[in-house]
Design a protein around this ligand. Structure first.
Ligand code: ADP
Length: 264
């Protein structure tokens, strides 16, 4: 099962969901992300970001609407399709220790592809390539818990890249990183040739990495615009409890979220 070119990496249509206790978290979300796009998902606490992300690979289901990934529908009843969806949607959770549990980095990165049936040289190649892409090949034989937090987050990204996902979903990728690790991770993410959806409160990181940003607020998409343009709309940000850090001027920020020189 491979996904065909031309179809978006992610297509969410009319997604509405209430938790079993009756809390309505999503009220009809539409979101399409094309191949190779990098999109920031912004929004205040309680907006529904986690609820949306957990629908992308079928962890949460049972509400209204449809989610398709590379043209394949998320259908929790179709176990075979769900397996393929879980390969296609690579979620990097905020705490790398939720994702790293093997004795060595190499085994952690091999775990997913081995589960898909890869063996021998093919598996070794997959692992080496994923570790290379995050600059972590030199720690392959070390236990993950001996690495720094920033290194563990990079290895967590590698565990997901090793599955060759259709879309990489990152939950607060810059959280708890020192400035150098934050920058190194940004460089890595910019170098990857993969569709990215990045949940973040770090608005400068969104500006640096994502040409497009979406605000989810109160369970609906409140804005979907080029990142820099969105960050320059002070009223919109205030309405949705988003705040730029002191001294950060989106008009002066470079990066992927900036407007091209011709548009200035
Ligand atoms: P965000 O990730 O943007 O902070 P969430 O998706 O976690 O938002 O939450 C959206 C809404 O759903 C909030 O009102 C939250 O309190 C509620 N919620 C989240 N998880 C549960 C749950 N397990 N049971 C009931 N309500 C929940």
């Amino acid at each position: 099962m491979t996904s065909s070119p031309g179809v978006p990496s992610l297509d969410v249509r009319g997604l509405a969901y209430a938790y079993p206790d009756g809390t309505q978290a999503l009220f009809g979300v539409d979101l399409t992300i094309g191949r190779g796009e990098r999109v920031a998902l912004l929004g205040p606490n309680g907006a529904g970001k986690t609820t949306l992300v957990l629908h992308l690979n079928g962890i949460l289901h049972g509400g209204l609407g449809d989610v398709t990934v590379g043209g394949l529908a998320v259908d929790p009843k179709d176990k075979r399709a769900l397996r393929e969806i879980r390969r296609r949607v690579g979620i990097v959770f905020q705490d790398p220790d939720d994702q790293l549990f093997m004795p060595t980095v190499r085994e952690d990165v091999a775990f997913g592809p081995a589960n898909l049936g890869l063996r021998g040289a093919e598996l070794d190649r997959r692992v080496a390539d994923a570790l290379d892409r995050v600059g972590m090949a030199h720690v392959a034989d070390r236990p993950p818990q001996h690495l720094s937090f920033g290194q563990r987050r990079r290895v967590a990204v590698a565990t997901v890249l090793a599955m060759e996902p259709e879309i990489l979903v990152l939950d607060e990728p810059s959280s708890n990183l020192d400035p150098a690790s934050r920058r190194e991770l940004a460089e890595i993410l910019l170098s990857l040739d993969v569709t990215v959806l990045m949940v973040t409160h770090d608005l400068p990181y969104a500006a640096e990495l994502c040409p497009r940003s979406v605000i989810l607020s109160g369970g609906v998409i409140a804005a979907d615009r080029p990142t820099r343009e969105l960050l320059m709309d002070a009223r919109l940000l205030a309405e949705h409890r988003l705040e730029l850090p002191f001294g950060f001027d989106p008009a002066l920020a470079g990066g992927a979220g900036s407007v091209s020189p011709r548009e200035r």
